[in-house]
Design a protein around this ligand. Structure first.
Ligand code: C2E
Ligand code: CA
Ligand code: CA
Length: 557
């Protein structure tokens, strides 16, 4: 993907993530506020319903016990003594307004309020409700003396008591809460307050509080002592008010969290974008430097070559190659960077290399460089222009570079045919080390620093280096040990047949002038003639092959 497109993609991704982390928590906040306020409001309504049921229970029990008391009358009914008893009961029970007797035919016979009832008094209609134990009920029939007010009448064995249904529902008296009291078995609404809609209350009781299309929500409570239940309701509007009050808190908290996350994302992407952008500029302005780490013959300690390592300073501070190489690989800049490194190497060392025909520089390539012949073509042209041997520029590739193994094989073969030896970098750290060695055109292995580090310690991995060396010998491959920091490591490796090494024991990576000094300068052993002959010999013997392969005494077929 082109760098520009990748940049846009990154910006789009950042924008998406920022939106997601701000809107996501906000949405969750709104939902949570809705849930908690709904749960809270249901709980509050539940408390009201509990209270309302308690009140209805008290009134209903009182009425039931009055009825029981009436039924205990053993004497003749409607005598003056009986009427006195009825009056006494009505006076003593604060919910009973009237108590009396009616006949088999429903004719009203006597009552505490009117004494003996005249013969032409109206008959009592058939009851609205017949309970399981012989109790019957008339609900919402007109009051004896005040016809505009409905009455609640309960009867048993031709006795009746009359009460004000409002006493059952007076626990709730505001404009918001509807309330109704039911007898159950079978269910029948017996009292409701002015706010309530009787039809909706009935639906609510029948459908467990769910009333589709209603603008109120309902809670039901059933009595454990009497066959009664209450339903209370509240406008959904109330929920909205509570929700609106709580949503601000949740919204603020979630937006704060979202804001922090968004800030982190923006920072991350900005540094990422600016790193990519800065790196692109640096490559374009040719600001990538190269340092050289000497590679030495472990036996003679003579410097035979060097590895080119890229260096970049962004706004005065050094950026680790691990960081900017990874960034270059991600952002598609790596091929341009590889080209720049090659240019630098040739600019720094072309003259030196043509004076030292047996000296080589190895260049690190990435996966992208191995997907096509592009870099190979650049290399071939530049090497020819620089009048140096192709074998003086070597290729270091890691297993990560073999993602597209088929393409990599073809390209590596191309490098090799053009005379550039191939090194497998960081050998042993990948997962497929052995399998590809059989099929890829490789000249030498660079034993990863991690296996050199453990030499001399009793770690399991300390035994890996000799195995790699042995295997390389078997396959006719050369060896360069990386990260040699101590003399004992150098000795150990040399004793086991590793011919070349690289590491701080010999030298850190140095600028081109430092490298030239390291090779030619006063630190070089006195027997310069011997060295030059050795170099000369190798130079001749190489003939397009690589010295590492020869060092093992074998060469790959
Ligand atoms: P690498 O190719 O494995 O390079 C060897 C790294 O080990 C270098 O780190 C080098 O400075 C370090 N090193 C060498 N000897 C010693 C030692 O004795 N002790 C210790 N502790 N370290 C030692 P550097 O320069 O930081 O490079 C890191 C990685 O960046 C390289 O690992 C390579 O994978 C990548 N890299 C560097 N330059 C380039 C480049 O031009 N192109 C590509 N594609 N990758 C590069
Ligand atoms: Ca390397
Ligand atoms: Ca390495």
């Amino acid at each position: 993907m082109p760098v520009k497109a990748k940049r846009y993609l990154l910006i789009a991704l950042a924008a998406f993530l920022v939106l997601a982390v701000t809107l996501g928590p906000a949405g969750i906040g709104v939902l949570v506020a809705q849930r908690t306020s709904e749960r809270g409001e249901y709980a509050r309504l539940g408390e009201r319903a509990d209270y309302a049921l308690k009140r209805a229970d008290v009134v209903a029990s009182s009425l039931y016990s009055a009825l029981q008391q009436l039924a205990q009358w053993q004497g003749e009914r409607c005598t003056p003594a009986h009427i006195d008893a009825l009056r006494k009961l009505a006076l003593e029970n604060r919910f009973v307004e009237d108590a009396g007797v009616y006949g088999d035919d429903g004719r009203w016979l006597c009552s505490s309020l009117s004494g003996a009832v005249p013969r032409n008094a109206p008959s009592i209609p058939a009851p609205d409700w017949r309970g399981v134990h012989g109790v019957v009920g008339w609900f919402q029939i007109p009051h004896l003396f005040n016809v505009s007010r409905p009455s609640l009448v309960l009867g048993y064995d031709h006795f009746y008591i009359e009460a004000d249904p409002a006493s059952l529902v007076d626990a709730i008296d505001d404009y918001n809460h509807g309330m109704g009291v039911f007898v159950t078995d079978p269910p029948h609404l017996i009292a409701w307050n002015t706010v309530a809609n009787p039809k909706r209350l009935q639906e609510a009781l029948l459908h467990d509080g769910v009333v589709p299309g209603s603008d109120r929500f309902y809670v039901i409570r059933r009595s454990h002592v009497l066959p009664i239940a209450v339903v209370v309701s509240e406008p959904r509007q109330q929920l909205l008010i509570v929700w609106r009050n709580s949503v601000w808190g949740w919204l603020t908290a979630s937006l704060a969290i979202g804001g922090v996350l968004a800030w982190l994302i923006i920072r991350l992407f900005r540094s990422r974008l600016s790193l990519d952008g800065e790196l692109k500029q640096a490559i374009r302005r040719d600001e990538i430097q190269v340092v050289y780490q000497p590679i030495v013959d472990l036996e003679t300690r003579q410097c035979v070559g060097a590895e080119a390592l890229a260096r970049w300073r962004m706004h005065g501070s050094t950026v680790s190659p691990d960081v900017f190489i990874a960034a270059a690989e991600h952002s598609g800049l790596i091929q341009a960077l590889t080209d720049r490194v090659l240019e630098r190497v040739l600019r720094d060392l072309a003259g030196f290399l043509s004076d030292h025909r047996d000296f080589y520089v190895s260049i690190n390539v990435s996966a992208a460089d191995l997907t096509s012949r592009r870099f190979l073509d650049v290399l071939t042209r530049r090497v020819a222009q620089a009048h140096i041997e192709p074998s003086q520029i070597r290729i270091e590739a890691t297993e990560r570079g073999f993602i597209d193994a088929d393409a990599a094989r073809i390209v590596l073969q191309g490098f090799r045919e053009a005379g550039h030896p191939i090194y497998i970098d960081d050998f042993g750290t990948g997962y497929s080390s052995l399998s590809y060695l059989q099929t890829l055109p490789v000249d030498a292995l660079k034993i990863d620093k991690s296996f050199v580090d453990t030499i001399g310690y009793e770690a399991v991995s300390s035994s890996v280096a000799p195995h790699i060396i042995e295997m390389a010998h078997t396959l006719g491959l050369g060896i360069v040990a990386e990260g040699v920091e101590r003399e004992d490591q150098a000795q150990y490796l040399a004793e086991r047949g590793a011919r070349y090494g690289q590491g701080w024991l010999f030298s850190r990576a140095v600028p081109a002038d430092g490298l030239k000094l390291f090779v030619d300068g006063p630190s070089v052993p006195a027997s310069a003639t011997e060295q030059s002959t050795r170099r000369g010999r190798r130079g001749k013997a190489r003939n397009g092959r690589h010295p590492e392969a020869q060092s093992s005494g074998q060469s790959r077929a």
